[in-house]
Design a protein around this ligand. Sequence first.
Ligand SMILES: Nc1ncnc2c1ncn2[C@@H]1O[C@H](COP(=O)(O)OP(=O)(O)O)[C@@H](O)[C@H]1O
Ligand SMILES: [Mg+2]
Length: 263
Amino acid sequence: MSKTVVIAFANNKGGSGKTTTCSNVGCAMAMMGKKVLMIDGDMQLNLTISLFDEEKAYEYAKGEQNIYRAIVSEKDLSDFIVETGIDGLDIVPSTSLMSAIEFDLFAKWQRETVLKKCLERVRAKGYYDYILIDSPPTLGGWVMNIMCASDYVVIPVEASPWGLFGLANMFEFCEQAKKIAPRLEIMGVAVTKADERKKYFKQTMETLGEMENVRLFENYVRVDSAVEWSQDNSKPVVAYKQKSRSAIEYTKLTKEIIKYGNR
Ligand SMILES: Nc1ncnc2c1ncn2[C@@H]1O[C@H](COP(=O)(O)OP(=O)(O)O)[C@@H](O)[C@H]1O
Ligand SMILES: [Mg+2]
């Protein structure tokens, strides 16, 4: 039986490329023949709409098959999975009801590990090679749940002057999570929306390269309008325009993630 590896995409800074990275890494893995489950953990539904048109996304959001229903009922996540239409790629959609998740978690027994428990049977079945979880731009009880359910964290960082701001808080949060989930490991920092012509891109890479004990992924993803077009068409860019620069870069990054995520 294969072993399922769970990877969270997290950064408390919004717009750092979490959702785009999660969606494309998941899709690229599926295109490489892996079985992948993605979990949309953000009330903004961006991961869900990266794969479905808005109408379909709202249908899931208003219905029963979404992450909020799973967490509140504390049921096996299997019942909340939907197919994406891409071979090997499934998802648990999100809903705007996730705005209340902190409140709902608060009253629960062992509230940091509710998601982990919901995932236990899915993991035990070993059907999925990877479970990828997209996080909201917060560092609260829900993201703690995501951390505690994961083997690895990938931290997407925008190559901009403010991109690194608050990164120390993110590392500190991971350290806190490790107290509850000692197996958790920061896999690395992935640079997104890079513009090599800009001076601060070089500066960002240098600063990140100097970090102790944290890997900077060799492959980064540059700014590419194909990403926006793909999102407009409810498809990850690796499926929408395979030959685009960002699709090629996301595929390389995915291979790096597969290489390091081998528990
Ligand atoms: N490589 C890229 N090229 C161009 N735009 C990008 C790229 N990656 C992300 N974006 C855009 O940046 C914005 C933020 O990305 P997103 O993945 O939603 O970040 P987060 O989930 O961290 O908030 C989105 O509008 C997305 O379309
Ligand atoms: Mg997002």
